[in-house]
Design a protein around this ligand. Structure first.
Ligand code: AMP
Length: 464
């Protein structure tokens, strides 16, 4: 039984989809105007594991992410670079998808571009106007916050709070906090993206793209909506208002899930603060597995402070897992004699280990606890191996279990892939020898470079 923390109720709830075992999952995708950074990766790896675990539990997961390919930031960047906004958006969308593929984020069924859903967006705005929740001004079409009683229910703020804290930019709005559904724009600027609409040429506001997309594919009510913590307000609050006002059905979403930030020295990693490391850059030094391990070592709702030291610890953790699988493989191949024929007590030991792992995952996807139960198992198995206190049968089961955990968390723990037999192995050994010689001669830069390049291939060298 999976329990997950619902931001709306601020409680852990038993997970039950609306319709049988089908899970409709929507996670806010990136605004594609630059390379994605590792803060984005943190969020998407977290939801990748959530989707994997739901599937492992027999759910059919329909996972959609939007791609924000129309936005002020895209227009601004396109102008700076002297390129067309759509070309810019396509380039960074491709980079994003490549990054995700390398990071093993592979459970999204459909990436929905905002620019390809303009008719659906217009239709939803028309419905909101018809139902009295939206109005037109000289500048655009706005959602009237005061008409939606529940505004603020996700972020727990009331309307007065909202209005006080919002800057009034358009005096024709009814309430300061009313947000744009459609922005009237003329095709004056070269770097503009506009579409025809019943109101004027222009482009949609940011919030409406998501609800138009989710209504199209999931209908007005679905199971899980996710994103980073920063999206709770105003983005997700606005989404609730739009969808529930347009459909008259509540709630729009059963479970709201939000990831904590990846921070640098206590501050959120973000492009605007300039404290970001792109996924590209990170992968030049660390393997995707090390980063995934780093992400999963913290609970998805807690902040993670990014540091080389923690990445190094992650690398060490992974090494312990690969090493045990390698030892087991060698023992199973008969290279090490095993005296024990039968060890009934291992059945219980493994059952207990599994129980801990799955209890942790069932408890709001607690990956750090799940990993620590895995390390407890590794510690015990290592001791038993050193004391010849384990049978072939149990070794096989331990190996299978660890590989299964790997599949759930998005790792390939079967070291045969990391340590290919034959020529690859010989080449790696050759490189290791060359590197040792370089180190003897204190050629640190070159030897570190070889080490980093091997890490990219998931081969981790331990310096003596
Ligand atoms: P954006 O492209 O900025 O809209 O962000 C895309 C997704 O990444 C959103 O769900 C954000 O909440 C999330 N995100 C952005 N920065 C971070 C960060 N430093 N840590 C975790 N998630 C983040």
């Amino acid at each position: 039984m999976i329990k997950l923390y619902n931001t709306m109720t601020r409680e852990k709830e038993i997970f039950k989809p609306i319709q049988g075992n089908i899970v409709k999952l929507f996670v806010c995708g990136p605004t594609v105007y630059d390379y994605s950074h590792i803060g984005h990766a943190r969020t998407y790896i977290s939801f990748d594991v959530i989707a994997r675990y739901l599937k492992y539990n027999g759910f059919t997961v329909l996972y959609i992410q939007n791609i924000t390919d129309l936005d002020d930031k895209i227009l601004k960047r396109a102008e700076e670079l002297g390129t067309s906004p759509l070309e810019l958006a396509r380039k960074y969308e491709e980079e994003y998808l490549n990054d995700m593929a390398i990071l093993g984020v592979e459970n999204v069924n459909f990436y929905a571009r905002a620019t390809e859903h303009i008719p659906e967006i217009i239709k939803q705005i028309e419905t909101l106007i018809k139902r009295g929740y939206a109005y037109e001004t000289d500048n655009g079409v706005y959602f009237d916050e005061s008409k939606f009683e529940d505004f603020g229910k996700l972020s727990n703020r009331n309307l007065e709070d909202l209005n006080v804290h919002r800057i009034e930019l358009d005096s024709s709005k009814r309430n300061p906090g009313d947000f744009a559904l459609w922005k009237k724009r003329e095709n004056k600027a070269e770097y503009e993206m506009i579409w025809d609409s019943p109101w004027s040429t222009g482009r949609p506001g940011w919030h409406i793209e998501d609800t138009a997309i989710t209504e199209t594919y999931f209908g007005p009510q679905y199971d899980i909506h996710g994103g980073g913590l920063d999206l709770i307000f105003p983005h997700h609050e606005a989404e609730i208002a739009q969808m529930e006002a347009a459909s008259g059905k509540k709630p729009m979403v059963r479970y709201w899930m939000h990831t904590g930030f990846l921070n640098v020295k206590g501050e959120k990693m973000s492009k605007s603060l300039g404290n970001f490391i792109t996924i590209h850059k990170l992968l030049q030094e660390y393997s995707p597995e090390i980063f995934r391990f780093f992400v999963l070592s913290t609970h998805y709702r807690s902040p993670i402070d990014f540091s080389q030291e923690t990445l190094y610890q992650s690398q060490k953790g992974l090494q312990r897992i690969y090493k045990l699988i390698q030892i087991i493989n060698e023992m199973l191949e008969g290279n090490t004699p095993i005296s024990l024929e039968n060890d009934q007590e291992y059945v219980e030991k493994l059952e207990l280990a599994q129980k801990e792992f799955f209890n942790a995952m069932d408890n709001d996807f607690n990956t750090p606890s799940a990993l620590s139960s895995l390390f407890e198992l590794i510690r015990e198995v290592n001791t038993d191996i050193s004391q010849s206190n384990i049978s072939i049968n149990s070794l096989n089961q331990v190996k299978e279990l660890i590989i299964e955990y790997g599949n759930i968390l998005g790792f390939d723990f079967n070291t045969t892939h990391h340590n290919e037999e034959g020529i690859e192995n010989d080449l790696v050994n050759l490189l290791k020898d060359v590197r040792e010689k370089l180190r003897e001669k204190k050629e640190w830069t070159l030897s570190d470079d070889i080490r980093s390049r091997l890490i990219e291939l998931n081969i981790i060298l331990e310096d003596k």
